[in-house]
Design a protein around this ligand. Structure first.
Ligand code: ADP
Ligand code: ZN
Length: 622
C-alpha cells in the first residue's frame, strides 16, 4: 500500500547512455556465416565444371581408350574434357597428377590436345586476399554502421559517421523555457555575442567558449541549448556523447576532429554535446580494459579542439550532463567548459510557469487553477510537467470533454505517480476493507497531527505493480529544511497504516512493507545523518556527498564505527519507530468515529478527495 510514492516519476526518462553496445559478437557470427556461404558457393560452381574426380590411373586409362578430348596441365592438377559426354555423366574431369614422364607421349599418341597453365600466381593470391578483406570490411561497416555512404567502405573510416543533427531556423526561443530565469540570463550574453561578435569583444572581453549545463534529467538542458540557437538565429549541431565511444582506437578522436571542422565551417553556430559524461569520464580510476586508451584519445582530442580555437571562430560549445561528478577535471578548466549552469527541478513558482508554457499547447478550461496543479507536483521536473499536461489532455479527450479541467490533471497525476489504475485486479471484500482501514490510518494520523502535507486523496483502487491503495499528500510548499518534529510526524503517518490494521483487525498484514521500509530509512537518517539522537550524539555516520564539480566520483559514505555505536544506532532507530507507532495508535484510537464514518464512504466510492475528507474531519476529527 504505497504511500505517496512519488519516487516513480523519473522512470520514463532513462539515461540514453544505456544504448545497446554494437553487437560485436552477433555481427561477427553473421559475417562468418556469409563468408562461409560464399566460400562454399564458389567451390560449388567451380566443382560443377570438374565434376568427375578421377584417380590418375583411371585418367591414363581413359586417355588410352581415346575418351579424352583435351587437357590443361598445371603443377597441381590436370583438368580436361571428355570426347563425348556420356549420358548422366560428367563432361569434365579433374585429376591430381603424379610424376609421369610419359604423360606427354601418351597424350600425343592419342591425339589429345593439351596445354599448360601457370600455377595460380602469387599476385593472384594476393589479389584474392585483398578482395576478401574488402568484402569483409564492407560487410563489417554494413552491420556496424547503418550503411557506408555510397561505397566508400573501408577507406573512409575516418570520415565521421556519428549521428550529428544539424538544424537551421530553430523556432524554440527563451519564451519556451520557463522557471529557470538565472540560466536564461547567463545565456543571453552568449546570444549577444553570437549575433554581434565585434561589439561584444570591443572592450577586449573574452567570449565564452564552452558552457556546461548540469542538472538532473528533464530539467530542460536540451531545451535551453536549442532555445539559445533559436534566439541567436544560428545553426545548431547536436550530438550525443556516446556517439564518440568507439570500438576502434582513434576513431572517436577522428570523429571529434571532423565534428569541430564541420562546426568551424558553419560558424557562427552552436555545438551541443548531450551526455558529455559518456566521453568525458575522469581518466582516473578506470583500470585495465583497452577501451580506455580509446576514451582517453577521444577526450584529449576534445580538449585540444577546445583549446585550438578562439573567440573569433564563432563556435559556442554547449554540453549537458547529469553526472558532473564523473567528469574529467580537465574539461572544466578555464578556457574550456569554464561556465557552468546548474539546473534544478523547479519550485512551486517555477512549476507554475512551466505549466503555463505547456498549457498553451492544449485547450485548457479558463477556470483551471495552475497554482493548485503546481502545488501537487512537488518534485516534478520540467519534462514531468510537460508529460503531465499531455496526459491530462488525453484523459480529458477520453472523457469526451471539450476542455481540459482540474479533474483531468488530478487523474493524470495519479497515473504518473502511482501507475495506471488496475480496475481488473479484483480483491475480495475482506481485503478491500483492510486496505480501506489501512489508508484511512495514514490519512487520519496526518490530519490529526496537522502535518504540513495536506491529505489530497485517499483511494483503494489498486495501481501500478505494488500499490493496493494509496494516500496522496500535498506538500504545502517546497521546503529545504526539515524540522525534527516534522520528520517524526512523517514517520507517524507512514506507520499509521499498520497501526490502523492492528486496531481494527487485531492482526497485521504484509501490506505495510513499503511504509515500514520508508519509515526505517527516515529514522535511520535521523540517527546517522542528522545528529538527532541523544544516545548516538552529533557524530555523523552516513553521509551523502553533494555532487560537486571537480571532485572524483563518490558514493554514499559510511564512516567507520565501533561495534557499540552500531548497536546504539540500531537501538535508537528502533526506539524512534516504536515511539512513532505508539503515537499513531493513540491518534487512531481517538478518531474511531471519523474512521468508521469514512470507511463506509471509501468502500462505496473507492476514492475520497480533498474536500470530502476535510469536511468529514471538521465534523468528527479530533
Ligand atoms: P534534459 O535535456 O535536461 O534531460 P530536456 O531539455 O530534454 O531535458 O527536457 C524535455 C522536455 O521537458 C522539454 O522538451 C520541455 O518540453 C520540457 N521542459 C523541461 N524543462 C523545461 C522548462 N524549464 N520550461 C519548459 N519546458 C521544459
Ligand atoms: Zn500504507
Amino acid at each position: 500500500m504505497a504511500h505517496n510514492s512519488k519516487d516513480k516519476r523519473n522512470k520514463n526518462k532513462m539515461p540514453t547512455e544505456t544504448r545497446p553496445p554494437r553487437g560485436f559478437g552477433g555481427n561477427f557470427i553473421i559475417i562468418f556465416l556469409v563468408v562461409t556461404a560464399i566460400f562454399y558457393l564458389y567451390e560449388y560452381f567451380n566443382a560443377r565444371k570438374y565434376v568427375e574426380t578421377l584417380p590418375y590411373s583411371q585418367f591414363i586409362a581413359n586417355v588410352n581408350e581415346g575418351k579424352v578430348k583435351e587437357v590443361i596441365i598445371s603443377d597441381t592438377k590436370i583438368t580436361g574434357e571428355f570426347t563425348d559426354s556420356k549420358e548422366n555423366k560428367a563432361h569434365f574431369f579433374l585429376t591430381v597428377p603424379v610424376k609421369d614422364e610419359h604423360l606427354i607421349e601418351t597424350l600425343q599418341a592419342k591425339n589429345v590436345t593439351f596445354q599448360g597453365e601457370v600455377a595460380s600466381s602469387f599476385w593472384g593470391n594476393i589479389l584474392s586476399w585483398i578482395f576478401l578483406i574488402y568484402i569483409l570490411s564492407l560487410l563489417w561497416s554494413l552491420f556496424s554502421h547503418k550503411m557506408p555512404s555510397g561505397m566508400q567502405g573501408i577507406f573512409s573510416m575516418t570520415k565521421s559517421k556519428a549521428k550529428v543533427f544539424v538544424e537551421k531556423d530553430i523556432k524554440t526561443t527563451f519564451n519556451d523555457v520557463a522557471g529557470i530565469e538565472d540560466a536564461k540570463d547567463e545565456l543571453k550574453e552568449i546570444v549577444q555575442f553570437l549575433s554581434n561578435p565585434k561589439q561584444f569583444t570591443r572592450l577586449g572581453g573574452r567570449a565564452p567558449k564552452g558552457v556546461l549545463l548540469v542538472g538532473p534529467p528533464g530539467t530542460g538542458k536540451t531545451l535551453l541549448a536549442r532555445a539559445l540557437a533559436g534566439e541567436a538565429k544560428v545553426l545548431f549541431f547536436s550530438i550525443n556523447g556516446s556517439e564518440f565511444v568507439e570500438l576502434y582506437v582513434g576513431l572517436g578522436a577522428a570523429r571529434v576532429r571532423d565534428l569541430f571542422e564541420q562546426a568551424r565551417k558553419a560558424a557562427p553556430c552552436i555545438l551541443f554535446i548531450d551526455e558529455i559524461d559518456a566521453l568525458g569520464k575522469s581518466r582516473m580510476g578506470h583500470i585495465g580494459l583497452g577501451a580506455n586508451d580509446e576514451k582517453e584519445q577521444t577526450l584529449n582530442q576534445l580538449l585540444a579542439e577546445m583549446d585550438g580555437f578562439d573567440a573569433s571562430t564563432g563556435v559556442i560549445i554547449l554540453a549537458a550532463t547529469n553526472r558532473p561528478e564523473v567528469l574529467d577535471p580537465a574539461l572544466v578548466r578555464s578556457g574550456r567548459f569554464d561556465r557552468q549552469i546548474l539546473l534544478h527541478n523547479p519550485d512551486q513558482i517555477g512549476r507554475e510557469q512551466i505549466l503555463k508554457v505547456h498549457i498553451q499547447k492544449i485547450k485548457a478550461s479558463p477556470t483551471l487553477d495552475l497554482q493548485k496543479v503546481a502545488s501537487i507536483t512537488s518534485g516534478f521536473s520540467g519534462a514531468d510537467l510537460a508529460n503531465l499536461v499531455n496526459e491530462a489532455a488525453i484523459v480529458a479527450t477520453r472523457r469526451g470533454s471539450k476542455e481540459v479541467e482540474e479533474q483531468d490533471f488530478s487523474l493524470a497525476m495519479e497515473r504518473i505517480v502511482a501507475g495506471p489504475e488496475q480496475k481488473k485486479k479484483c480483491m475480495n471484500a475482506d481485503e478491500k476493507k483492510r486496505i480501506a482501514y489501512h489508508e484511512l490510518g495514514h490519512a487520519t494520523v496526518s490530519l490529526s497531527l496537522k502535518t504540513q502535507d495536506k491529505v489530497h486523496k485517499v483511494s483503494i483502487i489498486p495501481r501500478g505493480m505494488g500499490a493496493l491503495g494509496y494516500t496522496i499528500q500535498r506538500p504545502m510548499e517546497d521546503r529545504y529544511l526539515a524540522i525534527q518534529d516534522d520528520i517524526l510526524k512523517k514517520i507517524c503517518v507512514l506507520l499509521g497504516g499498520r497501526a490502523s490494521e492492528k486496531i481494527y483487525f487485531n492482526n497485521i498484514s504484509t501490506g505495510a512493507a513499503d511504509d515500514l521500509s520508508k519509515a526505517t530509512n527516515i529514522a535511520r537518517a535521523m540517527v546517522t545523518q542528522y545528529g538527532m539522537s541523544e544516545k548516538v550524539g552529533l557524530a555523523i555516520f552516513d553521509e551523502q556527498p553533494a555532487p560537486m564539480l571537480n571532485t572524483p566520483y563518490q558514493q554514499y559514505v559510511t564512516r567507520p564505527k565501533s561495534e557499540m555505536t552500531s548497536q546504539f544506532i540500531d537501538q535508537e532507530v528502533r526506539a524512534i519507530l516504536d515511539h512513532c507507532f505508539k503515537q499513531a495508535e493513540h491518534v487512531l484510537e481517538l478518531n474511531k468515529n471519523f474512521i468508521n464514518e469514512e470507511v463506509v464512504l471509501l468502500l462505496k466510492s473507492e476514492t475520497l478527495n480533498e474536500s470530502e475528507i476535510a469536511n468529514a474531519w471538521k465534523k468528527y476529527g479530533v
